[in-house]
Design a protein around this ligand. Structure first.
Ligand SMILES: NC(=O)c1ccc[n+]([C@@H]2O[C@H](COP(=O)([O-])OP(=O)(O)OC[C@H]3O[C@@H](n4cnc5c(N)ncnc54)[C@H](O)[C@@H]3O)[C@@H](O)[C@H]2O)c1
Ligand SMILES: [Fe+2]
Length: 391
C-alpha cells in the first residue's frame, strides 16, 4: 500500500432549496444537444413532479430530451440495455437522471454500455475497469441516501444468473459531472422511503468511518454526516414537510458519499447486495437491518471509533470503559432504526428469506467489491453466521 491517497469528487455539486433550476444551463455548459432523461415510471407519472420540473428547465434552455422511465428498483441489466436502445436510436449525447439511486446507477451503466464493448458484469464489475470516456452526466437526486449522484459506483443486478447477482462497477469515469440535491424535490417522499434511504446514508458514513480505507478527509465527512443523521432523520421521517430536516439529510447523504467514494464500505453493503439480488429487498432496508449485526462482528477491530459514534448519537459515555461505550453505539443505532419503523431482523421483514441461501449469499458477499475494506476479515462461515444472527 502506498502512503498517499486520491480523493475523488464530482466536478460541481448544487445543494439547497430551488437549486434544480440550474439543470438546463448546466447541461448546455456540458455541451448537450439531446438529453436522455433516465427515471422510473412512478416519478414520471407525477404531475408537477421532479421529472416534469426537470423537463421544463431543459425546455427553457432550448434542449431536446427523450424520457426513458424503465428503471426498476435494484436496476437490472435489462433496464440498462432498454435505456441504451433509446439513447442510441435517438442520437442522445448526454444523460440526465432524475430520482434515487436506481435511476442514477442505471444512467451510469447506460453511459458505460454506450462507450464500452462486452458484458457489464463479466468485463466491468469491480474497481477501475472502465477504459473509455463516458457521456456527460447530470444527476438530479430525489432521495437522501445512496449518494450515487456524487459517487463513482453503479450497482446493477445481473439477471443472466440464477439467483440474480447484484454487482458494482466502480470507476472515476462513472462519476457524474454535476449533482443536484434540491430538498424541495424530497418533501413528498413517504416516511418508509425516508427511513430506508436515511439508514443507507448512515450505513455509508459508519462503514467508511470504521473501514480500513478511512483517512482524515473521509473521517471529517463521515463524522459530520452521522451527526446530521442522528439529529435530523427522525424529524424527516415524522414530518416530511420539514424542509430543514430534508436539507440536513441531503447534506448528510452527500457527505457520506464523499466519504465512501474514497474510503470504501464493508460487509453491511457486501451482504445487503445479496439481499437485494436474491430477494429484491430495498437497499436501505437491507442495510438498516444488517448494520447492528455486522458491526457487532466488527466492534473489537475499531473500539475507539465505535465509542466516538456513541458520543455522536448523544450517549453519555462518561464513566464507561471504551468497550462499554463502543457497545452503546450499537444500541443507539438500533433505537434510531426502531423509532423510524425499520424491522429489527430479517424474519421481521416482509421478504421470504431462506436460511438455505445463506451459505451462497455469504460466498458472494465476500466477493463483493465492498468487502475488501471491512475492518475485520471474515470467513464464509462467519459471514453466514452474521446472516443467521440477523434472522
Ligand atoms: N451508486 C451508489 O453509490 C449506490 C450507493 C448505495 C445504494 N445504491 C443503489 O441505489 C438503489 C436504491 O436507490 P434509492 O434507495 O435511492 O431508491 P430508488 O431509486 O430505488 O427509489 C425507490 C422508490 O422511491 C421512489 N421515489 C424516489 N424519489 C421519490 C420522491 N422524492 N418522492 C416519492 N417517491 C420517490 C421511486 O419512484 C421508487 O419507487 C439500489 O439499487 C442500491 O443498490 C447505489
Ligand atoms: Fe448504500
Amino acid at each position: 500500500m502506498s502512503d498517499y491517497y486520491d480523493y475523488m469528487l464530482p466536478t460541481v455539486n448544487f445543494m439547497g432549496a430551488g437549486c434544480v433550476e440550474v439543470v438546463g444551463e448546466r447541461c448546455k455548459i456540458l455541451g448537450a444537444e439531446k438529453v436522455l432523461l433516465v427515471t422510473d415510471d412512478y416519478l414520471n407519472s407525477l404531475e408537477s413532479g421532479p421529472v416534469q420540473i426537470v423537463g421544463d428547465y431543459l425546455n427553457k434552455s432550448g434542449l431536446e430530451y427523450v424520457i426513458f422511465d424503465g428503471v426498476t428498483p435494484n436496476p437490472k441489466d435489462k433496464d440498462v440495455y432498454a435505456g441504451l436502445e433509446i439513447y442510441e436510436k435517438e442520437n442522445c449525447d448526454m444523460i440526465v437522471t432524475v430520482g434515487g439511486g436506481s435511476p442514477h446507477d442505471c444512467g451510469k451503466a447506460i453511459g458505460v454500455a454506450a462507450t464500452h464493448d462486452g458484458d457489464l458484469y463479466q468485463d466491468y464489475a469491480g474497481i477501475e475497469k472502465l477504459e473509455n470516456e463516458t457521456p456527460p452526466m447530470v444527476c438530479v437526486n430525489t432521495t437522501a441516501g445512496t449518494a450515487s449522484e456524487v459517487t463513482r459506483h453503479a450497482v446493477i443486478t445481473d439477471t443472466s444468473q440464477t439467483p440474480n447477482v447484484k454487482f458494482v462497477i466502480v470507476s472515476w469515469r462513472n462519476t457524474p459531472d454535476v449533482s443536484i440535491n434540491d430538498p424541495e424535490l424530497m418533501v413528498d417522499k413517504p416516511a418508509g422511503l425516508t427511513a430506508a434511504t436515511g439508514m443507507d446514508a448512515l450505513t455509508h458514513a459508519l462503514e467508511t468511518y470504521v473501514s480500513t480505507g478511512a483517512n482524515p478527509l473521509t473521517d471529517a465527512a463521515a463524522l459530520e454526516a452521522m451527526k446530521l443523521i442522528a439529529e435530523n432523520l427522525r424529524n424527516a421521517v415524522y414530518n416530511g414537510q420539514d424542509i430543514e430536516a430534508r436539507e440536513n439529510m441531503a447534506n448528510a447523504s452527500v457527505l457520506s458519499g464523499f466519504a465512501f467514494n474514497n474510503g470504501g464500505l464493508g460487509y453491511v453493503h457486501a451482504m445487503a447486495h445479496q439481499l437485494g439480488g436474491f430477494y429484491d429487498m430495498p437497499h436501505g432496508i437491507a442495510n438498516a437491518i444488517l448494520l447492528p449485526y455486522v458491526e457487532k462482528f466488527n466492534l473489537g477491530a475499531k473500539l475507539e471509533r465505535f465509542a466516538k459514534i456513541a458520543e455522536i448519537f448523544g450517549v453519555n459515555t462518561e464513566g464507561m470503559s471504551t468497550r462499554e461505550a463502543a457497545e452503546s453505539s450499537l444500541e443507539a443505532i438500533k433505537q434510531l432504526a426502531k423509532d423510524i419503523g425499520i424491522p429489527t431482523s430479517l424474519s421481521e421483514s416482509k421478504f421470504d428469506i431462506k436460511k438455505e441461501d445463506f451459505e451462497e449469499m455469504a460466498k458472494y458477499a465476500l466477493e463483493d467489491g465492498n468487502a475488501g475494506t471491512n475492518p475485520r476479515k471474515g470467513t464464509v462461515e462467519q459471514v453466514k453466521s452474521i446472516f443467521e444472527d440477523a434472522m
